[in-house]
Design a protein around this ligand. Structure first.
Ligand SMILES: Cc1cc2nc3c(=O)[nH]c(=O)nc-3n(C[C@H](O)[C@H](O)[C@H](O)COP(=O)(O)OP(=O)(O)OC[C@H]3O[C@@H](n4cnc5c(N)ncnc54)[C@H](O)[C@@H]3O)c2cc1C
Length: 229
């Protein structure tokens, strides 16, 4: 899996601060630059976020390139509706050339299961290639491809949606692959906007665990992990 931050709003914390200052100031928009010059984002944005004025975070967007994830994970990812996606097409791209699949660690650690998994994947791949070379359109041959098939996707989310996404998908309740992916996304955006994402991650990072009976029971360990990220 490879996660890259391709682009983001230039100076995201300044942009968000301009939007927040506008709401509480009688300044003309042209004067707002001066109003945010030299302010502590930690104090100002920290306060804005704490009071739940989260719409200002929508002015900062982040675009990620993600490759080497399974279709299982991309399907979970695209359930998040407040985002934009461009995904490599299985209709148009010949997947006979790339034989890339995600092998879950639980299967990898069981030699017998891993062998059967890999054998089956190889047979699926062979059949796919045979069908495409016999003239069956790729868009139909792809019906035999498994959830394990790798995909590439470009995703854009604003900071408010990212905070929500991290709460759900960095949590131990989320599946390991999307958790790994979202944790890497969080690591990357923290470097660009440390105040906005200071308390980002599963609910236990900023407050009590929200998972009730489904809690992993390790809030301190998880909190420390995300604080250090
Ligand atoms: C641990 C876990 C297990 C899951 N298991 C399943 C499962 O078994 N089956 C399944 O189908 N899904 C499952 N999901 C997916 C889940 O139901 C959501 O579809 C997914 O997490 C997207 O979250 P969302 O809807 O909050 O957010 P987004 O689509 O990211 O939207 C963000 C927020 O915007 C608001 N919003 C967006 N669209 C609307 C709308 N149309 N109307 C009103 N408000 C809206 C909501 O407040 C929403 O929380 C699971 C998710 C997790 C994290």
């Amino acid at each position: 899996m490879k996660v890259t931050l391709l682009n983001c709003t230039p100076d995201p914390e300044k942009t968000v601060s301009l939007a927040a200052k506008l709401c509480y100031s009688d300044s003309a928009i042209g004067e707002l630059e001066d109003r945010v010059k030299g302010i502590s984002y930690e104090n100002f944005l920290g306060k804005i976020i704490k009071m739940g004025h989260l719409s200002v975070l929508e002015h900062a967007s982040f675009t990620f390139g993600i490759e080497g994830i399974s279709r299982t994970t991309s399907h979970q990812l695209v359930r998040h509706r407040l985002a934009s996606y461009s995904q490599q097409s299985q209709r148009y791209v010949d997947l006979g050339r790339a034989n890339e699949y995600v092998l879950p660690p639980s299967i990898e650690s069981d030699a017998g299961a891993a062998k059967r998994f890999n054998d089956l994947i190889a047979r699926i791949h062979e059949l796919y290639k045979e069908m495409v070379s016999s003239g069956i359109p790729r868009e139909d041959a792809r019906y035999i491809l498994p959830n394990a098939a790798c995909t590439k996707i470009i995703v854009t989310m604003n900071a408010r949606e990212l905070l929500h996404f991290f709460t759900l998908r960095c949590c131990e309740r989320a599946q390991w692959e999307i958790r790994k992916m979202s944790t890497e996304m969080l690591r990357l955006v923290k470097r660009k906007a440390p105040t906005i994402f200071r308390d980002a991650g599963p609910s236990c990072v900023a407050g009590p665990c929200s998972e009730g009976e489904m809690t992993c029971g390790r809030p301190k360990e998880i909190r420390d992990k995300f604080k250090r990220l």
